[in-house]
Design a protein around this ligand. Structure first.
Ligand code: ATP
Ligand code: MG
Length: 180
């Protein structure tokens, strides 16, 4: 499974609709300071369900919507889509390609889609659980994540291994049923 494509429109500095296609293997994103490299990784974490605007380097939801420039007006919504190759059927869904989309409007209203069908954030979480991909998965290694892996606290380290071992879904189901 690998990331095939990212599409963004109205997300942070990406006013126009952009599409980035990736092949398997190593890809580097390079560019001058302030050109939007980190905004791309923010977009990836956001579509995977990141709820903390602060961790996306903003202070309120509107900060992730293109705010306009001297020559371009602001956008009313932000949208990011990730397309994953699922030909190995690692994601528990019958499709060879899975596109996850998140959209937010200035009003604060938010929507999620799996292959263009409206869904809940919970559906995306469940789809990605135990694959290492979710917003807290190890497919995105931010600075804090390295601290977590090296942490002296065994519970912090354990979470990383539980995701890799594929047992998070059982743990979550157990916790959910205990709550009921
Ligand atoms: P560096 O090399 O310094 O890390 P970078 O390529 O990672 O730079 P980013 O941090 O991704 O750059 O992009 C920062 C730019 O995005 C800034 O110019 C900022 O003004 C712009 N930006 C962030 N949020 C918005 C927004 N909501 N609307 C318009 N522009 C935005
Ligand atoms: Mg950066």
């Amino acid at each position: 499974m690998y990331l095939k494509k990212i599409e963004m429109q109205g997300f942070k500095s990406f006013a126009n609709k952009i599409e980035m296609n990736f092949d398997q293997g190593i890809t580097g994103i390079v560019g001058p300071n302030g050109s939007g490299k980190s905004n791309i990784s923010d977009g990836i974490r956001w579509v995977l369900g990141e709820q903390s605007i602060k961790s996306l380097r903003g202070s309120k939801t509107e900060d992730i919507i293109f705010s306009g420039t001297a020559t371009r007006k602001a956008q009313g919504m932000a949208e990011v889509s990730l397309t994953l190759d699922n030909s190995l059927k690692i994601l528990p869904i019958e499709y060879d390609e899975v596109t996850i989309t998140r959209r937010v409007y200035r009003s604060g209203e938010s929507e999620y889609y799996i292959n263009k069908s409206l869904c809940r954030l919970k559906d995306i979480r469940e789809l990605l659980m135990d694959t290492g991909i979710g917003k807290d998965g190890y497919s995105i290694i931010g600075q804090g994540k390295i601290d977590e892996i090296l942490s002296n606290k065994s519970e912090d380290r354990r979470l990383v291994f539980e995701e890799a071992a594929g047992i998070v879904k059982y743990k979550t189901r157990k916790e959910d049923s205990e709550k009921k």
